[in-house]
Design a protein around this ligand. Structure first.
Ligand code: BES
Ligand code: MN
Ligand code: ZN
Length: 512
């Protein structure tokens, strides 16, 4: 894991592989961002024109490497693009700093140490830089050619270890607020990276039982109570949705309950994650081209685990209960068939018309079970529908819910932590499409508005008078494209920051 250190030493005296500075896009060419004064001075105040001659513009994510000026203890200066120079009186926003730090860290893959001299006006800025750099310094190397001594992990493709140490320059290690903020950044980034690891782990190794074991170990380490309901317990408890989805697979389903409690907590939040460790579609099998990345279908559960552990590590004054609804959706002689009727935990019956609409079945059970404990609010997180990917693209998650102000609060919180999201409606008439002649409800409706119908289906299992929000993260959960900013290829860990900030806000009494 990449280390984070704070240092008051100047850019010239830090012994590292590179010094990272910011460059912004000005009206008349690149502009050196604050924080890099010492570096600019060593270039006789000509760093901006040197960068321009090297082709730099200051565009977001752009990386320019140049030899450090003489007298510097680090051999390289890396200028990372911050995008447009802020308007007068504005500062570089936290998200642009986070992205720039992430892009710089990625460009320094294979290096041991780098000093970051990016613009810092507030503690939040330092925190964003720490977060971005730690998230950018991520690699999933577990399945590549690793030397047994663990020192030089270099795979056959030449991929190297992530940047080893991130030093924030001009940051006093004794500044209490700064120390707390950077410790929070470390906890959060490490947990997001844990979520990414889980998502990237191939489904032959990550199945409900092994996922539950990871949750149990994490709980032990961070003083979180963990209960695992195995197949027998689920059958006995009447969890017909989770059993129905999981019964086709050799690896049986699990429901994991994580309870983080704080003695001074006034409120309790319930977070529920869709944890389909592999979604083949079941008997309604997905065609080739639609199943290669379906190990990512447990991204919601990974996000919930990460958020609960992060809340515990930060010590938030709020109770957070995490529910991981884990199953593998596979076809077999024992699998649920299209046409079967399941009796859900709530007692409602569901006619399964399409076994590929499985997420709502495991979530329905978890929502009903979580509602029994009357939490102050419930948030579920799920890679639920392709329809939402079509609607919002690959970087934005959808927010639905039964309480407009709660939905709006989550949208604003997501924006604040730099996660792209958008509120979506749940038009009541779409519920009609899920009428079933045989059961209380069918698990699919008409194709139009499929992501919204999924939200309406879930709402049927939420307890009365509980504020509930549903995050459909099918788009941003897994990045099949090129890395950008602090986002790697593969599992992204989207929504963890939103969930943690929601818990912080709830702890502070800012919400309902
Ligand atoms: N896990 C998928 C949704 C998904 C699609 C996640 C793309 C990530 C990327 C979900 O279980 C699913 O298969 N949904 C179906 C529902 C349909 C059968 C009503 C879909 O969206 O096609
Ligand atoms: Mn599916
Ligand atoms: Zn699925």
């Amino acid at each position: 894991m990449t280390a984070l250190t704070l240092s008051t030493s100047g850019a010239a005296t830090l012994r590292a592989d590179a010094i990272v500075v910011g460059v912004a896009k000005g009206a008349k060419g690149p502009v050196v961002a604050p924080g890099a004064e010492a570096v600019d001075k060593a270039f006789d105040g000509k760093l901006a024109s040197v960068l321009e001659l090297l082709g730099a513009s200051g565009a977001e994510g752009e990386v320019t490497k140049l030899p450090a000026p003489s007298g510097f203890k680090s051999p390289v200066v890396l200028a990372v693009g911050l995008g447009a120079v802020p308007e007068k009186d504005d500062t570089y926003g936290a998200e642009s700093l986070r992205r720039a730090a992430g892009a710089a860290a990625r460009a320094l893959t294979g290096s041991k140490k780098a000093g970051f001299a990016l613009p810092v006006e507030t503690v939040e800025d330092a925190e964003a830089i720490a977060e971005g750099a730690l998230l950018g310094a991520y690699a999933f190397l577990a399945y590549q050619d690793i030397e047994k001594d663990g020192t030089s992990k270099k795979d056959q493709n030449g991929a190297k270890l992530p940047l080893g140490e991130i030093t924030l320059l001009g940051a006093k290690p004794r500044d209490k607020a700064l120390k707390a903020a950077t410790e929070r950044a470390v906890a959060l980034a490490e947990e997001i990276n844990r979520a990414r690891d889980l998502i990237n782990t191939p489904p032959n190794d990550l199945y409900p039982e092994s996922f539950a074991a990871v949750a149990t170990a994490a709980g032990k380490e961070h003083d979180i109570k963990v209960q695992v309901f195995d197949e027998k317990a689920l059958l006995k408890g009447g969890f017909g949705g989770i059993i129905g989805v999981g019964q086709g697979a050799t690896h049986g389903p699990r429901l994991v309950k994580l309870s983080y409690t704080h003695p001074k907590a006034q409120k309790t939040l319930a977070y529920i994650g869709k944890g389909i460790t592999y979604d083949s579609g079941g008997i309604s099998l997905k065609p080739a081209g639609h199943n290669e990345t379906m190990k990512c279908d447990m991204s919601g559960a990974a996000a919930v685990l990460a958020a609960v552990v992060a809340a515990a590590r930060i010590g938030l004054q709020v109770n957070v209960t995490g529910w991981l609804a884990l199953a593998e959706n596979m076809p077999s002689g024992n699998a649920t068939r299209p046409g079967d009727v399941l009796r859900m935990y709530s007692g409602k019956t569901v006619e399964v018309l399409n076994t590929d609409a499985e997420g709502r079945l495991v979530l329905g059970d978890a929502l009903a079970r979580a509602s029994e404990e009357h939490p102050d609010a419930i948030v579920d997180v799920a890679t639920l529908t392709g329809a939402m990917v079509v609607a919002l693209g690959n970087r934005t998650f959808a927010i639905m819910g039964n309480d407009e102000s709660f939905r709006t609060a989550i949208h604003e919180i997501a924006e604040e932590v730099g996660e792209q999201s958008w509120p979506m409606p749940m038009p009541a008439e779409l519920l009609k499409g899920m009428d079933s002649p045989t059961a209380d409800i069918a698990n699919i409706g008409e194709r139009a508005g499929g992501g919204l119908a999924a939200g309406l289906f879930l709402q049927e299992f939420v307890g009365e008078d509980i504020a509930w929000a549903h995050l459909d993260i099918a788009g941003p959960a897994y990045n099949e494209g090129s890395p950008f900013g602090y986002t790697p290829k593969g599992g992204t860990g989207t929504s963890v920051r939103t969930l943690v900030r929601l818990a912080e806000r709830t702890a502070a009494g800012d919400l309902g």
